[in-house]
Design a protein around this ligand. Structure first.
Ligand code: GLC
Length: 729
C-alpha cells in the first residue's frame, strides 16, 4: 500500500488520503451506510475515476492474473485478490494457474455447503462465513468466491455439494448468515452462480428457459436476500444462458433485476471464462471479466479479452461511451472501499481451535439421521467389536470436487474418528475395504467376501459409502460430485448395493453411512438395515463428528435440505421438466421444485424435505396464529419429552387454500432451531411477513397477496406436521 503512495502526485495523494480516511472512519461491513455517507463516498469515487486514463480504467475491469483484476499503481489502487472456494480458501496458484508450492496453502476444510444447510442453524452459517473471511484475510485475499446458492433442481448435478437446498427460503436464511459472516471480517463474499446454473452438463452453453414465477419464486430469492439482507458486495455471473442471453451479461437479469429492482451496488464478476461478447459485457452488467485468458491456455494474454484492448478501441472509436467503463470502475471502487482496501484491515487467522470447532459443529449438526431402528446411539463400553466397511471410511475428500477443493491441514476420516473413540484400543474397530473406486464401477466379489466375514465376526457393522468427489484423472466421464460433470444416475456405484445387502445378511445390526452431495438410490436395502445417516462431505473434522453422533456424544439434529426420492424419475426435473436438456433446458416444472412437487402431486418420497431424527422426542403444543399489523405471529410451545438434551427444527409451512393460481400445497416460510435440555420446554414465536403469503403474478409482474384463507402447518419436517392453524386476509 505505502509503496503505491510514493509514486503518485501530491494532488492525488491528498485525494487518496481523503479516500482512505473515509474508509477508516466510515468503514462498515455488512451494514448499509447512511445516505449522506454513501453520497460522500460516491463523490470521492467519482473524483478518483476522473484522474484515471482509459487504459487504467480498463485494467480494472478484467483479469490481470488467474485470480486478480488489474490495479492502478499510479493512483495507489491495488489489484483485488480473489480465491475459491465455498468451503475453504483454495491452495495458491501462480499467476498462470500453476500450483504454487512455495507457500503454505493449507486452510480449514469446512463441511460442504449442503452440510451447512442441513444444520438449519443460521448462527452456524454466520460462524462458517466468519471462518472463511478470517482465513481469506490471513491468506491475503479480498474476495472469497462463495457461497454457492444455486437451487438443487436434480440430484444428478455434480455441484450439489457446493449448494444448499431445493428451497429458496432455507437458502436465503443460510446464505445471508454466510455472507454476513464473511463480510464482517472485511472480506467480500461472491454469491454464485447468478443464475440458474443447476447442472454441469454443457454449463458454458446451455440456455435455461423458465417461466417468470419460477424465476421470481424459486431461483431469484436466494440472491435477492443475499443482496438486500446480506448486503453482498459481489455476485458471480453464471456460465449458462438465460432466455437466450449469457447470464454474466444479461440485460434482464443484471441491469433490470439485480442492479435495478434489487438495488445491487456492488460488482458482478464473471465466472471464469464466462464472458462471450464484448458489447454485451460492456452494456449488460459485467463489471469484472475473469478467466477469458484461459481459452489460450499457456499463451496468457490478459489484454486480448473481451473487455481488454477491444473495449479501449471501441471507446476511442466513439462506438461505446466511456461512461459504461466508468460505471464498472465505480462499482469496483465501491466494493474496495467496503472491504477496506484503502484502509487498515484487522488481521486474519488460520486453522485456529475456534475454526476447528466450527468445522466440527457444522459437521455434527449437518449429519441427518434418516433411519434408526433402536440401534443408535451405540454404547461404547458395551460393544466388543465394530466392523467398519467401505472406501469412504478412509478416502480423503478435501482436494476433490473441482474449484471448491481445499488443501486441508488435516482430515479426520470416518474410520479415524471411530477409532478415536476407542483409542488406543483401536483393534475393536476393524476395517475392510468393501469396494474400490474404479473406472468400471463394478463390485469386487473378493472385497465383499472379506467384508461379509468381518461383519459376521462383529457385533455391529457400519458400511461407509456413497459418492466421492470425482477426480478427473480417475474418472474422465464418470465424475460424481464434482464440477464439470453430472452424475448419470443416483445409484450407488462400485457395487455398494451388493455389498450392503451381503453385509446386512451376515449381520442384521448394520448401519449405513453415506457421503455425497445429494440423494442416492437406497431402494435395495433401505428396509433391511437398522440405521442410515447422511453425512454429505463433512470436512476435516468429519470423522470425529460422525463418531460423536453414532455414539451419542452429540444428539443428531440435521434436517434434509433436499427431498430424497424413492426413484430418480419421481423428481420433477426428470418427470415434468428436462435434465440436462441439450442446447436448451426447459424448466417445465416451474415453481414445483422438490417437495413442492412431491406434496402437491401426492408422491411419497423416500425421505422428505426437512426430515431428520433425534435421540430424543419433542412435543409441539399450544399453537396460536394471530395477525399483528401486516405480519402474522405464530407461537407455540416445544418440549423435550425425552431423556437426552437435543435440538429440534420447528418448521412453518404456509398453504394458500383459495389461490386463483396454481400454488404448491405448502411452502416453507419460517423455521427456528431450538436447543432443549431433557424435560425442558420453551415458548417459540415466529413472524411471517406478508411476503410469506404472496405469489408472483406474472400478468401484473408483481407480488400479490390474495384475500382468502391460509393454513399454517407447523412440524418437524414437511411431512411431520404436528400442529395446524389458520389465518385469513
Ligand atoms: C469455476 C467455477 C466457479 C469458480 C471459478 C474460479 O469454473 O464455476 O465457481 O469460483 O471458476 O475457480
Amino acid at each position: 500500500m505505502i509503496k503505491h503512495f510514493l509514486k503518485i502526485s501530491s494532488g492525488v495523494f491528498a485525494l487518496m488520503i481523503a479516500f482512505s480516511t473515509h474508509a477508516q472512519t466510515n468503514h462498515k461491513t455488512t451494514k448499509h451506510l447512511p445516505k449522506s455517507d454513501e453520497k460522500r463516498l460516491s463523490a470521492k469515487i467519482d473524483s478518483l475515476v476522473s484522474l484515471m486514463t482509459l487504459e487504467e480504467k480498463v485494467s480494472m475491469i478484467k483479469s490481470a492474473s488467474a485470480f486478480t483484476n488489474g490495479g492502478v499503481p499510479r493512483l495507489g489502487i491495488p489489484e483485488i485478490v480473489m480465491s475459491d472456494g465455498p468451503h475453504g480458501v483454495r491452495h495458491e496458484v501462480n499467476r498462470d494457474w500453476s500450483r504454487n508450492e512455495k507457500v503454505d496453502s493449507r486452510a480449514t476444510f469446512l463441511p460442504a455447503e449442503i452440510a451447512l444447510a442441513s444444520t438449519w442453524n443460521k448462527d452456524l452459517a454466520y460462524k462458517y462465513g466468519t471462518v472463511l473471511g478470517t482465513e481469506a484475510k490471513h491468506r491475503g485475499k479480498d474476495i472469497i468466491l462463495g457461497p454457492g446458492i444455486n437451487i438443487v433442481r436434480s440430484p444428478l448435478n455434480g455441484r450439489n455439494f457446493e449448494y444448499m437446498s431445493e428451497d429458496p427460503y432455507l437458502i436465503s436464511v443460510m446464505g445471508v448468515g454466510y455472507v454476513k459472516g464473511v463480510q464482517d471480517q472485511g472480506i467480500s463474499a461472491c454469491v454464485k452462480h447468478y443464475l440458474a446454473n443447476n447442472q454441469e452438463t454443457k454449463r458454458q452453453e446451455v440456455d435455461v428457459l423458465m417461466d417468470e414465477r419460477a424465476l421470481r419464486e424459486i431461483y431469484l430469492p436466494g440472491f435477492k436476500a443475499a443482496v438486500q439482507k446480506g448486503n453482498a458486495y459481489t455476485i458471480m455471473g453464471a456460465y449458462n444462458k438465460f432466455r437466450g442471453q449469457y447470464c454474466t451479461h444479461n440485460e434482464y437479469l443484471i441491469n433490470k433485476v439485480l442492479k435495478g429492482e434489487m438495488g445491487f451496488k456492488g460488482a458482478v464478476i464473471s465466472d471464469w471464462s464466462a464472458v462471450q461478447n464484448t458489447m454485451q459485457a460492456l452494456k449488460f452488467g459485467t463489471d469484472i471479466e475473469m478467466g477469458t485468458e484461459m481459452r489460450n491456455w499457456g499463451n496468457w494474454n490478459f489484454n486480448k479479452v473481451f473487455m481488454g484492448d477491444t473495449a479501449i478501441s471501441l471507446v476511442k472509436a466513439g462506438v461505446v461511451d466511456v461512461s459504461y467503463i466508468d460505471a464498472k470502475v465505480k462499482r469496483i471502487l465501491w466494493v474496495m472501499h467496503k472491504i477496506n482496501m484503502f484502509g487498515k484491515r484487522t488481521p486474519g487467522a488460520i486453522n485456529t481451535p475456534e475454526h476447528q470447532k466450527v468445522a466440527l459443529n457444522v459437521a455434527e449438526e449437518g449429519i441427518v439421521l434418516l433411519k434408526n431402528n433402536n440401534i443408535l446411539p451405540l454404547k461404547k463400553d458395551a460393544l466388543k467389536s465394530i466392523a467398519v466397511i467401505g472406501d469412504n471410511a478412509v478416502r480423503l475428500q478435501a482436494e476433490g470436487g473441482g474449484s471448491a477443493q481445499v488443501l486441508a491441514y488435516y482430515e479426520i476420516t470416518p474410520l479415524k474418528g471411530l477409532r478415536n473413540v476407542y483409542a488406543p484400543d483401536t483393534q475393536k474397530v476393524s476395517f475392510s475395504q468393501g469396494y474400490v473406486v474404479k473406472k468400471d464401477g463394478t463390485a469386487d466379489p473378493q472385497l465383499i467376501a472379506e467384508a461379509v466375514k468381518a461383519a459376521s465376526e462383529a457385533e455391529v457393522a457400519i458400511v461407509i459409502g456413497g459418492f466421492v468427489h470425482g477426480y478427473t484423472n480417475e474418472w474422465n466421464d464418470k465424475a460424481f460430485d464434482s464440477e464439470g460433470a453430472d452424475k448419470k444416475d443416483i445409484k450407488l456405484p462400485f457395487g455398494q448395493d451388493e455389498l450392503i445387502k451381503a453385509v446386512v445378511k451376515a449381520n442384521p445390526n448394520t448401519i449405513v453411512v453415506l457421503l455425497g452431495g445429494s440423494a442416492s438410490d437406497m431402494s435395495q436395502w433401505v428396509n433391511d438395515v437398522k440405521a442410515i445417516a447422511q453425512v454429505w462431505y463433512p470436512g476435516m473434522e468429519g470423522g470425529n463428528a460422525l463418531a460423536n453422533i453414532l455414539f451419542g456424544k452429540t444428539n443428531p439434529s440435521g434436517k434434509l435440505p433436499v427431498t430424497f426420492p424413492k426413484q430418480l424419475s419421481d423428481m420433477p426435473s426428470h418427470s415434468i421438466g428436462e435434465f440436462p436438456g441439450d442446447s436448451t433446458v426447459n424448466y417445465k416444472e416451474g415453481i414445483f421444485v422438490g417437495y413442492r412437487h412431491f406434496d402437491t402431486h401426492h408422491i411419497e418420497p423416500l425421505f422428505p424435505f426437512g426430515h431428520g431424527l433425534s435421540y430424543t422426542q419433542f412435543a409441539f403444543s399450544n399453537l396460536h396464529v394471530q395477525k399483528q399489523g401486516e405480519n402474522v405471529l405464530v407461537s407455540l410451545s416445544l418440549k423435550n419429552t425425552g431423556k437426552v438434551d437435543g435440538a429440534e427444527v420447528v418448521q412453518v409451512y404456509v398453504s394458500d387454500e383459495q389461490a386463483s393460481v396454481e400454488r404448491p400445497k405448502q411452502e416453507l416460510k419460517a423455521f427456528e432451531k431450538v436447543f432443549l435440555k431433557a424435560g425442558e420446554s420453551k415458548n417459540i414465536s415466529l413472524t411471517l411477513g406478508k411476503e410469506a403469503f404472496q405469489f408472483f403474478d406474472d400478468k401484473k409482474l408483481d407480488w400479490v397477496l390474495e384475500a382468502g384463507k391460509f393454513t399454517i402447518n407447523v412440524g418437524s419436517s414437511s411431512k411431520e406436521i404436528k400442529l395446524k392453524g389458520a389465518v385469513s386476509f
